[in-house]
Write a new protein. Structure first.
Length: 190
């Protein structure tokens, strides 16, 4: 078999999958729409969003002002959503347990661009108000569900790992840790 034959075989297989399968008489089978719809309904679980998330750029200072004795939890995802491992934020009152979630996409402990600068801005707000910062690592899938409002903070927190203790097998992790320490600029937060 030559590389050309192999390539044509792969292309033919792909094309057959795209066009549909043929029955024994070389006639295309019509999909059973009733079965397909039932399967899709069974596989799709209706989820309702349980809470509203906030934006760290536009809502942070307002939410800091309404919480009694807040603590900040920065959550770094284990797998990158984009090129970077994004960071989300939860502000929680130590007095009441009330919490607010700030979605990913604004903060990163990698690079030198917008995410890194936004992380510096967020940390400066926490330092300005004397808010303790705790850095954690969480699975990307659970952060996805959290961001969509399908799981609560208690579930995420139970499944999060302290940043220093996390065993992430990724060559970028040392760089992320170094960047986080530089942005936080204070070992007491770890």
């Amino acid at each position: 078999m030559t590389p050309t034959d192999f390539g044509l075989g792969v292309l033919a297989s792909w094309l057959a999958n795209k066009l549909g399968t043929l029955d024994e008489n070389n006639q295309e089978k019509e999909p059973d729409l009733k079965q397909t719809t039932e399967e899709a309904t069974e596989n799709k679980i209706e989820k309702n969003r349980m809470f509203h998330s906030f934006d760290v750029f536009s809502d942070l200072e307002e939410m800091v002002s309404v919480l009694d004795n807040p603590v900040a939890y920065l959550l770094i995802e284990t797998e990158p959503t984009t090129h970077y491992h994004l960071v989300s934020l939860v502000l929680e009152s130590k007095l009441t347990g009330e919490w607010y979630y700030f979605r990913r996409g604004r903060i990163a402990f990698q690079g030198s661009g917008g995410g890194h600068q936004q992380a510096q801005r967020v940390i400066s707000v926490f330092k300005k108000y004397g808010i303790p910062i705790s850095v954690w690592v969480a699975e990307k899938t659970i952060l996805d569900d959290f961001e969509d409002g399908y799981v609560l903070w208690s579930t995420v927190f139970r499944n999060a790992i302290p940043f220093r203790a996390a065993q992430i097998k990724n060559e970028k992790w040392k760089w992320i840790k170094k960047q986080a320490e530089e942005v936080l600029d204070d070992k007491e937060f770890f």
